[in-house]
Design a protein around this ligand. Structure first.
Ligand SMILES: CC(C)=CCC/C(C)=C/CC/C(C)=C/CC/C(C)=C/COC[C@H](O)COP(=O)(O)O
Ligand code: GRG
Ligand code: MG
Length: 289
């Protein structure tokens, strides 16, 4: 792979984009399973829509990549303190190149989403605008910025289900809620991790506003709520028993991350552990189909 392509994939943070894309397809799979099974009054029949599922993956990959690239464009000064190795502060990508690249990815992703159906198109358009707004202003609005990323990441499940219109979205709203809570908690932990550079740049984040301790306690509360609600998809008959067993492992990971924050005061490790726990939760979602 040429160094250029590798650098642009790094700018997109392609691993996160892959995870988000797969999560969206899991959303498609779960919605398909529910809408095609059950009593004779099921309102959707047919084969799994492989082509649309592929497009769902691609759109989420592209829009997530665009969101990360534009985020790095606006964060160049802060990242030169907090993350100097990233493509823009390290000088491997020009800031303007990153900006035009993100516009291109947003446009391509949104056009492809409209080619699936108008519900997908509208979600992709709204999310793209929100990602630009986040990078420009919302990031500097304590809690609202964190909640925006919680919504955006949770929405990948709704997006995957929206292949089947609004019916699919309703079915998957509980997965949206779990992911949105878990991601919001992690975003607060990431803000605690970044406090030093953020403070030097005069950024206004939740831990800077109310202190690391209180922000950490709020992250713990939101994370615990996600864990507490995690059996819901089983009890709502959205996912099977295998989900319940496996999500228990993910929940243990969430607990370990919480302890890392509360007892060891280590937000960096806690944020990494939260990401691993989320990966396990995604596996639990697949296993439960
Ligand atoms: C309790 C329970 C069952 C929770 C559900 C957790 C779950 C399945 C969450 C979904 C995770 C998901 C779809 C992740 C996609 C990857 C992604 C885009 C994450 C958001 O990242 C934003 C972040 O600021 C980037 O962080 P970093 O990688 O540290 O730079
Ligand atoms: C459903 C569709 C079509 C799209 C969803 C797209 C997704 C998953 C968006 C959520 C995740 C994402 C890609 C966010 C981008 C912005 C962001 C928070 C990047 C992380 O940047 P950092 O620089 O690590 O953190 P800051 O928030 O402090 O800048
Ligand atoms: Mg940033």
């Amino acid at each position: 792979m040429s160094a250029g392509i590798r650098t642009y994939l790094e700018l997109m943070r392609y691993r996160n984009c892959l995870m988000a894309g797969f999560a969206a397809v899991i959303g498609t799979l779960i919605a398909f399973n529910i809408l095609t099974s059950g009593p004779s009054n099921s309102n959707f029949e047919g084969y799994f829509p492989f082509l649309d599922a592929g497009l769902v993956f691609l759109v989420v990959f592209l829009v997530s990549g665009a969101g990360n690239a534009i985020n790095d464009y606006f964060d160049i000064r802060i990242d030169s303190i907090n993350r100097p190795e990233r493509p823009i502060p390290s000088g491997r990508v020009q800031a303007k190149e990153a900006l035009y690249f993100s516009y291109f990815l947003f446009a391509l992703g949104t056009l492809l989403a409209f080619s699936i159906n108008y519900v997908c198109g509208l979600i992709a358009l709204f999310n793209s605008l929100l990602l630009v707004l986040y990078a420009k202003t919302l990031k500097g609005t304590p809690l609202l910025g964190n909640l925006s990323i919680g919504y955006l990441t949770g929405s990948v499940f709704l997006f995957g289900a929206s292949i089947f219109g609004f019916g699919g979205i309703k079915v998957l709203s509980v997965l949206f809620l779990l992911a949105a809570l878990a991601i919001t908690a992690r975003e607060i932990v990431k803000d605690i991790e970044d406090m030093e550079g953020d403070r030097r740049e005069g950024a206004d984040t939740l831990p800077i506003r109310i202190g690391a301790k209180k922000a950490g306690n709020l992250a713990v509360l939101i994370g615990l709520l996600a864990v507490l609600l995690s059996p819901l998809p089983y009890f709502m008959s959205i996912l099977g028993l295998s989900y319940l067993y496996l999500v228990f492992l993910a929940d243990l990971g969430f607990f370990a991350a919480i302890l890392q924050l509360l007892l060891r005061n280590n937000p960096t490790k806690s944020s990494k552990m939260l990401k691993i726990a989320m990966f396990f939760a995604l596996i639990a979602f697949i296993a439960g189909v």
